[in-house]
Each structure stands twice: as structure tokens, then as C-alpha cells.
Design a protein around this ligand. Sequence first.
Ligand code: XMP
Length: 319
Amino acid sequence: EWKMDSFVKRTVEELKAKIGKGRALCALSGGVDSSVAAVLLSKAIGKQLTCVFVDHGLLRKDEGDQVEAVFGPNGSYDVNFIRVNAKDRFYAKLAGVTEPEQKRKIIGEEFIRVFEEEAKKIGAVDYLVQGTIYPDVIESGLGKSAVIKSHHNVGGLPDFVDFKEIVEPLRLLFKDEVRAAGRELGIPEYLVNRQPFPGPGLGIRIIGEVTEEKVKIVQEADAIYREEVAKAGADKNLGQYFAALTNMRSVGVMGDGRTYDYAIALRAVMTSDFMTAESAQLPWEVLQKTTTRIVNEVKGVNRVMYDCTGKPPATIEFE
Ligand code: XMP
């Protein structure tokens, strides 16, 4: 699209002029905003940019590897890329913790700690890159982000990283414009089109204690669900759809035997602003196919339920 073409060219030129020979640091989450911001910077300053990607072990199936495939040494862009595989640290910190806000706090703090350690190794930089987009600017300006749940990745990083200035190349763009810019920059569709994913990740899609085993269960179930919904083309009007692991186990039967396994909850919502949402009427065939596959393919699950609740009174995420 011509408009994005000129946005990209202009922004890259502006960043070049501004940063010159300086160094920049970017916290890459794998989401569309930070990815597009990182690629703009890489076009402008190449290896003067370092991207730090903290893999907290709470990402969706294969997501860490996908981010590395795009930004890592075998990827498509000229940047320094550091992936920190920190899952053991996060799981250790989360052991025994069941209270949702406590879990969010732990994940947010640990994230900052890991990032800070990497930033120290890198040393002083001139610029910190943030993927702030226009709606974020408005929201924080109006002080609107009421604390129903703490959103750890809003305004989390700048305090402790040694830098001179923040650069926010997307601060005048809406989400669909960010996606268009991403396409213009050749970022793969699975990153450009990625649905929103919370900072605390699967940590808040596992009700109760987070364990490595539960992460695997929810990753597998969620991957099957997304695959089936996408295959059926049922994702067109959905704001978000995902599987969560309830903290409920129930009795089932398999062959001659009794099982006592977890229940997976499937959620799909339609929303314009994520402040309110409606549960989507997914085709029954899609739900059945997904259910059959989950109970057959994911060990430890013997029941699948669909969440019909809107927001309010429920929230989109489960914690
Ligand atoms: P809720 O569950 O509050 O979610 O209805 C509304 C939207 O916000 C996302 N969400 C988060 N995003 N960090 C984020 O970046 C977070 O801690 C967080 N918690 C919820 C959620 O996925 C949905 O899109």
C-alpha cells in the first residue's frame, strides 16, 4: 500500500538521521508492535540495534522458535538478537503460587529482572526502542488503564536501563496500520496477524499453580484449537481465541478404565476494543473436531468446555 510504503521510507530516514552512529536496545516480545518497531530500527541502523527476547516459558506452542527464526542469526533482518531462555527461573518462582495477581506480579518482576541482567551485559545505549502505538498513547494520557488486572508490560522497562532517550516509531499508528507496515517490511504473516497475547502469557491461562506439565497441556490444546478454527476459516470476526487450563479435574472413562484428568476451556470472543466482548458462536463442527482432537491427542485432558460468557461479567483472560 502506497501510504505505508511512504511511512516506512520516511520513518527509516528519520531514524537514521536521529540515531546516527548511536546504539539502541529493544525488548522484543514477538508481538506485532515490538516486531514492527524492531524491523524499522534494523532497516535504519542494522547491528547498532540489539533486540532482547525474553522467553519466559509461558509462550504459545513453538512461539519462541518462530520469533528466533525471524530475528535470529538465520532470520531475515540485520540485528543483534539475544534470546534468553528463562523458563526454569519463571517456573521456580511460580511454584506453589495460585493467586492471580500474585502470579502476574511475579512474572512481571522476573521479566524485568531478566531483561535488566541482559541490559547490564550490553552496557549503556543511546536509545531504548518501544513499540508504543497511538491507542496506548491515548490510554495512558487519559490515565484510563484502570487496575482491574495489572498489565505488566505497560510502562515497565525504562527505569533501570541505562539510556538517553526513548524512540517510539509507531506512536502515531493504529493497530491495522502497524500490521500494514509490518507487511510492507516483509514480516511473516503469523507475526503480523498475531492475535493479542498477554504479557504474563500462559501463566494467566492456567488457573491456579503453574507447572511445566500444565504449560505443555495448555500449549498443545491451544495449538489444536487455533489450527482447527483457522482451517475452518472461523477466525474472521474473532478478536481473540485460545484454550485455557481450568484447575478442575473430573472423572472420565477410557476403555475399561476410569480417568481423573483436567478440563480444558475454549474461549473465542468478538470485540472492538477489548474493554467489552461477546462470546462468539463458533460452528459446532469446529468445536467438536477440536474437542475430539484435544481429548485424543493431549495427555491429561478428558473434558473440554466452551466459555459462553461475555465481558462483563467475565474478562477475556481467565485470570
Ligand atoms: P481482560 O482479560 O482484562 O483482557 O479482559 C483484555 C485484553 O488485554 C489483554 N491482557 C493483557 N495484555 N498484559 C498485556 O499486554 C497483560 O498483563 C494482560 N492481561 C490481559 C488480554 O489478552 C485482552 O486482549
